[in-house]
Every structure is written in C-alpha cells, then in structure tokens.
Design a protein around this ligand. Structure first.
Ligand SMILES: [Zn+2]
Length: 61
C-alpha cells in the first residue's frame, strides 16, 4: 500500500514563495516548514498563530 503523502505550500500561508514541504505526517511538514522559514524567510520563531496557519495549509492530496 503506498503511503499517503501530505504537502504544504508556503504560498498558502501567505508568502510569495514556491517552497513546498512534503511528508507523511503533520509533524514532518511542520519541521520542514520551520527549517525553511528560518533559512529563507528569517523567521526563527514559529508563533502559535503562524503554526495554526501552516497547519491549516497542510493538504493530503
Ligand atoms: Zn517560503
């Protein structure tokens, strides 16, 4: 059985950015998003509001 993969587009969080995180779980995606935000957007703190926006942008298809 193939593993379902989730993804999250940085653009869907409101950034003008083509980054996409892929992973099997929300936690994998959150880790990638946090690393990307720090590296490419200078966002070193994931606030509860930002975390909510990222999680709501995670898609399963
Ligand atoms: Zn981005």
């Amino acid at each position: 059985m193939p593993e379902a993969e989730k993804h999250m587009r940085c653009r869907d969080v409101g950034m003008d950015c083509d980054f996409e995180a892929h992973g099997r779980t929300d936690e994998e995606i959150m880790q990638q998003a946090a690393a990307h935000a720090a590296r490419d957007h200078g966002i070193t703190e994931i606030t509860p509001d930002l975390e909510r926006r990222v999680r709501s942008a995670i898609r399963a298809d």
